[in-house]
Design a protein. Structure first.
Length: 197
């Protein structure tokens, strides 16, 4: 009897499962397989893009080219999600001598979307088509996708009716050679990378 008891104790000590409290909760990641689930996951969260996560061609246009009020040089962009809409707060950088100076900030800008349309969602949330509509007729469209750990969101966006091949049907977020911008092959990097908190 003593030997049997000792064997049972040794078995429990050597085994990683089956001899303890099996009531520890298993934390499952949220399913990001639909528009509703994606918006529910992002609700109340803050998404931040800065530093190396800012692409060379936000919305398809070089950050080093001066387009006046439409220039794409940024120091930081923060998006907060509430009620299914995205409040975008951006701090523009300054273009000096043909280069974006991320450190020299200009006055902040703020826009809140009026509608967000998410379609064609992959079962793991790795790619989905997205259209953001803002007041004044500003529309961004393209594709997005979550990292496997769900801590990062990538958005490859362009202004409305300026791109083709920028949806998931043409490839994953940032897929090379899929996008045509204003009737020319797009070779820049338009993938905005946001840390989710």
């Amino acid at each position: 009897m003593k030997k049997k008891l000792m064997s049972a104790v040794m078995l429990c000590a050597l085994s990683l499962v089956g001899c303890g409290d099996d009531n520890d909760p298993v934390v499952e990641k949220p399913k990001l397989d639909s528009s509703a689930n994606i918006l529910a996951f992002l609700e109340g969260k803050t998404l931040t893009m800065e530093g190396a996560n800012i692409p060379s061609h936000p919305n398809g246009f070089s950050e080093d080219t001066d387009y006046g009020a439409s220039s794409q040089c940024y120091q930081k962009v923060t998006m907060s999600v509430a009620g299914g809409n995205f409040k975008v707060d951006s701090i523009p950088g300054t273009i000096q001598e043909g280069a974006c100076n991320h450190e020299l900030a200009k006055n902040p800008l703020s826009f809140t979307s009026t509608t967000v349309l998410i379609e064609n969602v992959a079962t793991d949330g790795s790619c989905f088509d997205v259209t953001f509509t803002f007041p004044g007729g500003l529309v961004q469209e393209g594709r997005g996708g979550f990292a496997t750990d769900q801590k990062t969101l990538k958005l490859e966006l362009f202004f409305k009716n300026q791109s083709t091949g920028s949806r998931c049907a043409a490839g994953a977020v940032g897929a090379a050679g899929t996008v045509t911008l204003n009737a020319s092959p797009f070779t820049g990097n338009a993938v905005q990378t946001y840390a989710i908190k």
